[in-house]
Design a protein around this ligand. Structure first.
Ligand code: FES
Length: 190
């Protein structure tokens, strides 16, 4: 009987000692999970992510692109979760949507990944040679600030200038004869 009493006392003491340990793990796990999957509510680790999202998609039609290298500007509204009274902030991201010679439709943010200027679509290679100090093979995106040039046919590859990488691309969803620009490649704006 005495042995049984001391056994249950041991179990009780072990359980009592484990509670602060479990609480410590719980307190550490919450910020870790929040870091891995950011959410609006600190303890809502399985809730909706705080990642930016489109406020509305931008829609184009097949007929908007009568020929290869048709390039159209657009503005994409992206919503960012913010701790302000509205709970969000809307940013307007300028973009270009382009029809490539192989018929593919691609879209990129116009914000230059170098230092954030707004770049242009330059169709004529000799115009690019005059204005941007580089003669490309075909139409390009080119930035007036420090002369970075991006090859649109090669996924926005940097072909001249100081830019560290291609501009961010938009995801496009094809629905019937429509092209819907639905989201921007993850990362910062530029
Ligand atoms: S900001 Fe575009 S090249 Fe520097």
């Amino acid at each position: 009987m005495t042995e049984e009493l001391s056994k249950s006392r041991r179990i009780f003491l072990k359980t009592a000692a484990a509670i602060p340990l479990a609480a410590t793990f719980g307190l550490l796990a919450s910020p870790l999970l929040r870091y891995l999957r950011p959410t609006l509510k600190p303890l809502d680790v399985f809730g909706k992510s705080d990642q930016p999202s489109a406020e509305e998609s931008v829609v184009f039609k097949d007929s908007d692109f009568p020929e290869a290298w048709t390039c159209l500007p657009f503005v994409f509204k992206q919503s960012y979760i913010e701790y302000n009274p509205e709970g969000k902030e809307t940013r307007m991201i300028p973009g270009f949507i382009v029809k490539l010679p192989n018929g593919e439709i691609v879209a990129y943010s116009r914000i230059c990944p170098h230092l954030g200027c707004i770049f242009n679509f330059v169709k004529d290679p000799s115009e690019c040679a005059k204005g941007y100090n580089f003669k490309p093979e075909g139409p390009v995106f080119a930035c007036p600030c420090h002369l970075s040039v991006y090859d649109i046919a090669q996924g926005g590859k940097v072909v001249s200038g100081p830019a560290p990488r291609p501009p961010r691309h938009f995801d496009i969803k094809r629905e019937g004869d429509q092209y819907k620009i639905v989201s921007l490649e993850a990362g910062g704006i530029a």
